[in-house]
Design a binder for this molecule. Structure first.
Ligand code: SF4
Length: 188
C-alpha cells in the first residue's frame, strides 16, 4: 500500500499556511477549548488540544469547521499551560485537529512542557503520513520526535471502519514512537 503521501502537497501546504497563519509568537490557533478526561483520542484519560486549520479537506471529515485558518481563536500558550496544570489524573495530552502539524512549533513547545512539567505522554493525529512528515523535516519532524504516538494519514471515506481503535479509516495507522528520536517502535 502507498504510504508516502503527497510530499509536495505537504511542503507547499505548510509554506502557504505558515504565510497565511500569521500567528504571533507565544500563541496557537485553536478550534475549541481544551478538554480533559477524554477516552476516545488515545490511551487512558487524556487532555485534548483542538488545533484550527487543515489543508487536507478529506471528504467525510467530521470536523470541517476546523479547516479555515482564520477561524477559531488565538490562545496564549502560557495560558494553556496554566489550564493544563489544573487537569488532574490525566495520562497525557493528544493533539487533534484540524491539522496539528501546520502549527508544529507551538505544538512542540506544549508537548515538551507537558512531558517535563506534568509527566504526561503525548500523542497527535495528522492527516499526513509519518513518512511525509519525516521527509519534509524541519519543525514538523521536530514535533513528531517529541511524541509517544502518532495516528497518521488522511481520513478516507471509502475505507471507513468504525471498529478501529482511535481511527476512522483503515489506511490510518497508530504508530508507537521512541520519544526523542521519532523511531517507530510498533504499528497498530
Ligand atoms: S486531516 Fe482530519 S481534520 Fe483534516 S480534513 Fe482530514 S479528517 Fe478532517
Amino acid at each position: 500500500m502507498e504510504r508516502r503521501g503527497p510530499r509536495s502537497n505537504f511542503a507547499s501546504s505548510l509554506d502557504r499556511i505558515s504565510r497565511q497563519l500569521d500567528t504571533p509568537e507565544g500563541y496557537i490557533r485553536l478550534s475549541g477549548p481544551l478538554e480533559h478526561d477524554n477516552i476516545v483520542n488515545g490511551d487512558g484519560l487524556r487532555a485534548v488540544l483542538w488545533t484550527q486549520g487543515c489543508p487536507n479537506h478529506c471528504p467525510g471529515c467530521q470536523n470541517p469547521e476546523t479547516w479555515d485558518y482564520e477561524a477559531g481563536y488565538l490562545a496564549k500558550i502560557d495560558d494553556l499551560k496554566k489550564e493544563l496544570k489544573t487537569f488532574k489524573g490525566q495520562a497525557g495530552l493528544t493533539f487533534c485537529g484540524g491539522e496539528p502539524f501546520v502549527q508544529a512549533k507551538a505544538c512542540k513547545e506544549i508537548a515538551d512542557w507537558c512531558r517535563k512539567e506534568l509527566g504526561w505522554n503525548v500523542w497527535s493525529f495528522s492527516g499526513f503520513t509519518y513518512e511525509t512528515i519525516k521527509e519534509y523535516s524541519k519543525e514538523p519532524w521536530e514535533f513528531l520526535k517529541s511524541l509517544d504516538a502518532l495516528i497518521d494519514g488522511p481520513f478516507i471515506l471509502a475505507q471507513r471502519d468504525l471498529s478501529l481503535k482511535y481511527r476512522g479509516s483503515k489506511n490510518q495507522r497508530l504508530l508507537h514512537l521512541e520519544q526523542g528520536t521519532g523511531k517507530i517502535l510498533s504499528i497498530e
